[in-house]
Design a protein around this ligand. Structure first.
Ligand SMILES: *[C@@H]1O[C@H](CO)[C@@H](O)[C@H](O)[C@H]1NC(C)=O
Ligand SMILES: *[C@@H]1O[C@H](CO)[C@@H](O)[C@H](O)[C@H]1NC(C)=O
Length: 432
């Protein structure tokens, strides 16, 4: 057992022993646990189990954090056995991740930041500060009631979906002229209070229109994607709800009009307004958008087809040599990746694949010694990572493939991506 604070070794060791002791019975099957508590040590959320029953362990966590704070330091992480404990103190909240997976400390810190943003999306930063200023011992679960499913969903997605550690989004591949005409339909529906118009499907972006002076940060976009992914109600009706996008403005809400384009087309339209009374105005915008997409450009069938057949994607590249890959364009802040095929067709295998990518990503970004090219042979596959000024590439190969053949494959892959760039990525940023 070891930890990061030599001078406080004995006491931290003592705390860690308690932590392991109180947590022992149920933890053997859990790969990654997440806790949220208040600075006063009150339980707010636990990924598994009932947070009521975890009062003791949360108490120890709070004591650990404040013990280190008292000596003007910040507890970031400690390792005990095969588990990493990562701590993040944000405003009045303490977030803790306990993981026996490959995730590195920075990757776990990033996940905790996403979790924190998920809470802000419901409450706003301003409200959160105010609540705990007034009542240090407040039980925040009262205000978060009903939104736990979004936290659960976010955590499950982060274990399977590379967009989070890549800090970028994936787009639905479609020919550029269709994407342009979809974007024009969104642009035409501009109203006074409309700030962002976004069309997404199955966690992929189809298009996005924004004001000239604001960008939509990928972290905010992930919150919207998670919201849509975790809800079933948007399929049946037009919804209207407040959402705080912390990177855009962490002290106020935007108001989201959310609906699917049609019963046949699983594309979800999200219109974000600054005006809380703009529901009808945006419902009218939605009508206009659908009309244009149907009558003028016939784009809805194209979107549906792109979703169901993945006709324009890169799945055909996957074969006996290259098994899977992630390619992130740094220029566009977007990535492309094929659908998972065997052997990566089960949740377990997808999680394992994700672990390989996280290992590679961390190995290449490790601040002490970042690397540009990595090739590793593992028992079940060969891994190749390559980072340049403009892209990041992570690929998984048949373990019998030599490094030279793998690099040959990757070069061919990149030539295809270059050629199909305007189909795979949103290359023309649209503004209102
Ligand atoms: C939610 O995400 C999962 C993958 O994490 C995906 O299989 C599913 O289709 C998504 N559902 C919606 C409604 O976007
Ligand atoms: C952020 O939200 C607050 C509260 O609604 C508002 O007063 C402020 O003007 C907003 N800031 C920006 C940059 O929109």
């Amino acid at each position: 057992m070891y930890w990061c604070f030599a001078s406080k070794e004995t006491i931290l060791c003592f705390f860690t022993l308690i932590l392991i002791d109180v947590s022992h019975p149920d933890w053997s099957k859990i790969n990654k646990h997440i806790f949220i508590l208040s600075e006063a040590g009150k339980p707010i959320y636990s990924r598994y189990g009932n947070e009521e029953k975890l009062v003791t362990i949360m108490g120890v966590m709070q004591a650990l954090v404040s013990f280190v704070q008292d000596s003007d330091d910040t507890l970031q992480s400690l390792v005990a056995g095969n588990r990493k404990y990562v701590f993040l103190v944000k405003g009045p909240l303490i977030l803790v991740a306990v993981s026996s997976l490959e995730d590195s400390v920075p990757q776990l810190q990033l996940q905790l930041t996403y979790v924190y943003h998920q809470i802000l999306s419901v409450l706003t930063g301003a409200q959160l500060e105010k609540i705990f200023e007034q009542l240090r011992n407040y039980d925040l679960r009262k205000l978060l009631g009903g939104t736990e499913k979004f936290l659960h969903n976010l955590l499950d997605m982060m274990d399977r979906d590379p967009s989070f550690f890549l800090e970028s989004v994936q787009c639905l591949p479609i020919p550029v002229h269709y994407r342009d005409s979809i974007a024009s339909s969104l642009q035409h529906a501009k109203t006074k209070s409309l700030v962002f118009a976004i069309l997404i499907t199955e966690n992929q972006l189809i298009t996005l229109v924004r004001p000239k002076k604001y960008n939509l940060h990928p972290a905010d976009l992930h919150l919207i994607i998670n919201l849509v992914n975790a809800s079933t109600s948007f399929q049946s009706c037009e919804s209207w709800l407040p959402i705080c996008l912390p990177k855009f403005n962490d002290s106020g809400y935007l108001h989201a009009h959310i609906s699917y384009l049609s019963e046949e087309c699983p594309a979800c339209l999200v219109l974000l307004s600054t005006d809380k009374d703009a529901f009808y105005e945006l419902a009218e915008s939605r009508e206009k958008i659908i009309k244009r997409l149907t009558v003028k450009s016939n784009c809805i069938p194209v979107i549906s087809e792109a979703i169901t057949t993945n006709k324009y994607g890169l799945d055909y590249i996957i074969g006996s040599e290259i098994w899977h890959f992630l390619y992130k364009s740094k220029t566009y802040g977007q990535f492309v990746s094929p659908k998972c095929r065997p052997p990566y067709n089960t949740v377990e295998e997808q999680t394992r694949l994700q672990e390989l990518y996280k290992y590679l990503h961390h190995r290449m970004h490790a601040s002490a010694k970042p690397l540009k090219l990595v090739y590793r042979l593992r028992s079940q596959e060969a891994l190749l990572g390559w980072i340049s000024e403009t892209f990041e590439l992570y690929a998984v190969f048949n373990p019998l493939v030599s490094k030279t053949v793998a690099i040959g494959n990757v070069k061919r892959l990149m030539a295809i991506i270059k050629q199909e760039e305007d189909k795979l990525f949103i290359v023309n940023a649209r503004t209102f």
